[in-house]
Design a protein around this ligand. Structure first.
Ligand SMILES: CC(C)(COP(=O)(O)OP(=O)(O)OC[C@H]1O[C@@H](n2cnc3c(N)ncnc32)[C@H](O)[C@@H]1OP(=O)(O)O)[C@@H](O)C(=O)NCCC(=O)NCCS
Length: 408
């Protein structure tokens, strides 16, 4: 048996995007198309893309961060490292490469002043040990057109279909307006907008037609596809509503009515929606609507004080949280979170802890998307005085549930 030499972790050069992409895709049993490479070159930040390179100069592991900003109502967004492209070649698994890659990404993010990291987990058991918690739960809806009466009037006539260049111009400000209200939504760079709106290779359509762009000017947009199909002469196509963002109730109702009533379809399937999506209250016959838990967005608190000071609060309160964090000792210890008339303090303290938790649990509750009391009930957070879990929930509560919708 040949000895496996050491693997060096380093950032990639500009010219190595293809090597990075090939190594990553191979782990997911595929290979990058020419189109993937063009897209990746537009969005990948080589100085934030790490490769594990073996003694033969083969790329055997990959992971990268994107520079995102996580929406926080009434505050500037929180700089956020969006972790992606994680792969370890089959013959190098379980030798600590993911552990080393994440340590490198976390160190770099902290140096860049990003107090928080986010990722979509391919499998739930992977990232908890690295301090990630499922902080933004999402829901996916399947609405049957025959049972899709609404509770309010809706005017689909407000909607018009637009070309890519109009979408490229009109959609971003609508999303930015939604981000002002909705915690969690990550901002998109222009490269990411191009990826959403321009990239549409037939092999990524999953049997559906090309992407369509629907707009209610300044109020709502939708990015969706239609898959046509027939059953015994009866049309039963599907609408895939990948991204639907509306800034007011009338526009939301009009856009959903328009999508659901697409000719020759019998159902609409949504992408990741917030748990308090008004769509749930728009449809009258909710019993005939299928609602499933979607993928949650995982967060990792890289800087406790930076994250807790960086978010907004709707209530005053005062709690001492003890955080355990073996990987990032700068986070470990007792933190006094105090909110008083809009002024937020989060400092180390010697006071006795009200609550104790691992950093993974802190990440899970930090945006207010999952309740502290729920994790206390599950034995994952220790409450040292009755009622302090509920007090922390009142402090962390947000007007709208946190949401994030696009994959990265
Ligand atoms: C998931 C993956 C990146 C793990 O890489 P790795 O280098 O083997 O991970 P490490 O050796 O650093 O493992 C660290 C710990 O996590 C555990 N772990 C790793 N992958 C796991 C998984 N899929 N499920 C459960 N535990 C896992 C390891 O057992 C190890 O635990 P231990 O320290 O108690 O022994 C790799 O298996 C892979 O590339 N999988 C396919 C692609 C994928 O799913 N990527 C993630 C995209 S979000």
């Amino acid at each position: 048996m040949t000895e496996r030499g050491p693997v060096t972790i380093r950032t990639i050069e500009n010219g190595e995007v293809e090597r990075f992409a090939r190594a990553f895709r191979a782990t997911f049993a595929g290979e990058p198309s020419e189109h993937d490479l063009v897209r990746l070159r537009a969005i990948l930040e080589p100085e934030r893309a790490f490769a594990g390179v073996d003694a033969d100069d083969e790329v055997v592991a990959t992971a990268a961060s994107f520079s995102f900003e996580l929406a926080i109502p009434d505050r500037p967004g929180l700089p956020c490292a969006g972790i992606s492209g994680v792969s370890v070649r089959a013959d190098h698994r379980r030798r600590g490469l993911l552990t080393r890659l994440l340590a490198a990404l976390h160190d770099q993010a902290r140096e860049r002043g990003e107090p928080i990291a986010a990722l979509w987990a391919s499998e739930a058991p992977i990232y908890g040990r690295f301090g990630y918690g499922p902080a933004i739960p999402t829901r996916e809806f399947e609405i049957r057109r025959a049972h899709a009466a609404f509770t309010v009037p809706a005017d689909p006539g407000l909607v018009r279909l637009v070309d890519t260049s109009t979408a490229r111009r009109e959609f971003p400000p609508i999303r930015d307006a939604a981000r002002a209200e909705r915690p969690g939504l990550l901002g998109r760079s222009s490269g990411w907008w191009d990826h959403l709106l321009d990239d549409d290779p037939p092999d990524s359509r999953d049997g559906a037609g090309p992407r369509r762009h629907a707009l209610i000017p300044e109020r709502a947009y939708a990015v969706y596809r239609v898959r046509g199909s027939w059953d015994d002469g009866v049309p039963n196509g599907q609408v895939f509503a990948h991204e639907v963002v509306a800034t007011d109730a009338e526009a939301a109702a009009a856009m959903w009515r328009f999508l659901i009533d697409t000719d020759l379809t019998d159902r609409t399937v949504t992408g990741a929606r917030p748990v308090d999506d008004p769509l749930n209250a728009l449809v009258l016959d909710t019993a005939r609507m299928r609602v499933v838990d979607g993928w949650p967005l995982y967060l990792r608190v890289l800087d406790v004080a930076g994250t807790l000071r960086g978010r907004s609060y709707r209530a005053d309160g005062d709690v001492v949280i003890e955080v355990r964090d073996a990987d990032l000792p700068a986070n470990a210890g007792r933190w006094h979170l105090e909110v008083d008339g809009g002024t937020v303090g989060c400092d180390r303290t010697d006071r006795a802890a009200d609550l104790s938790m691992d950093t993974r649990e802190l990440a899970t509750i930090v945006l207010g998307g999952v309740r502290t009391t729920q994790l206390i009930g599950a034995g994952r957070i220790e409450q040292h005085r009755p009622g302090v879990g509920a007090a922390l929930d009142r402090l962390l509560a947000t007007d709208l549930a946190p949401w994030h919708d696009f994959m990265f």
